[in-house]
Design a protein around this ligand. Sequence first.
Ligand SMILES: Cc1ncc(COP(=O)(O)O)c(C=O)c1O
Length: 399
Amino acid sequence: MFYQLPPAGEPVTIPGDFPVSPDLGELFSPYVPSFYGSATSALAATLIAAIARVRTPSPEVLLPAYGCPALVSAVLFAGACPRLVDLERDRPWMDLNGLRSALNPNTVAVVGVDLFGIPERYRMIREIISGTGIVLVQDSAQALARPMDAHWLGDYIIFSFGRGKPVSLLHGGAVLARDDVLARALPMPPVQAPVRRGQSGIAWRARLYNLLSSAWLYWLPAGLPFLGLGATHYRPLVLIEAADPLLLEWLPANIQAHWRRGDDRQRSIHRILEELADNRFVDLPGVCAPDAAVPRLLRYPILVSDPEVRQRLFDCLGRCGLGASAMYPSSLPGVPGLERLFGGVSCAQADSFSRQIVTLPVHSRVRARDIQRMRTCFARTSSSTGNPDQRGSRVNTAS
Ligand SMILES: Cc1ncc(COP(=O)(O)O)c(C=O)c1O
């Protein structure tokens, strides 16, 4: 009854639990890192640099129409106008034709998002904006690929170290700049006043976070409405925050721990969907990167177009405490607080995506037994709602 997996996020690695602590610059080479108090602050700093570079009286930033409202907060703080680009049908990517037609002389930056950890199509976006001076920002808050995976493609790359992220230090963010010139253009917040709470205070908070995000205790923070876990809110950014220097000391160990984690859970979910052979469940990582290896995901995203099937799947996964999530419940124009800003903006594909999405956890707390239960939920949902493919599922439906 109390068992409830968190939908995403890894425990904080407390240095000392982990032996190697390389230099941060070395970890991100050849990109040049700068650190902030959050990814939203890091993105705002990046967009201020983009505005200074392109110089137009009415700067605009292109964003995907489905995503984290923090993107809008960063654009508005930087003094630009956010312009939404609809998604490609049933994909987590911006529609490239929509992107082409949204470009204009006021466009200073395009922000692509590695939603759930699935890489955006940066090479194609770069081709579209080549020769314009527009800055390509890769928002990788939901992914933290290794340099050797060749997924670092933006002029600037944003990482988040907030709760529920691939590397969680409870808060914090970074921008990687492609070269020194781009790095020097970033505004840095004044160094934080000495609020040094001391390593022991941070260690205490990290241990509490790790404890409360365990599957047997997560029901506690999840049930506290003021924490708003899983809720989608728009919050204006009021200042660019500096990184906490003590948390930065923990970053190398946490990044290394993340890069060493395996991807066996996402492979298992991919296999479940393959064996189920029910085309009402769209395996997004499978269709977005059918040939290439999918990088490590933050969450495993699936689209379920039939609302009844989706609800049954949620009910089953929810009863078993398997950490399924419906992500952002609407496209950005439907987020409370953003209706007026985007009034009249139509993004039919982003709306459709928001009605279909289901994500499953793939973090290190997901056990083999949980994967087995996910398999059972898929099989039960598929058979109880009539698998139209009827290709002879090989799924074991025993619980
Ligand atoms: C894609 C994306 N960008 C930016 C952010 C903002 O991150 P932070 O909470 O570190 O400001 C988030 C937060 O979830 C996100 O998902």
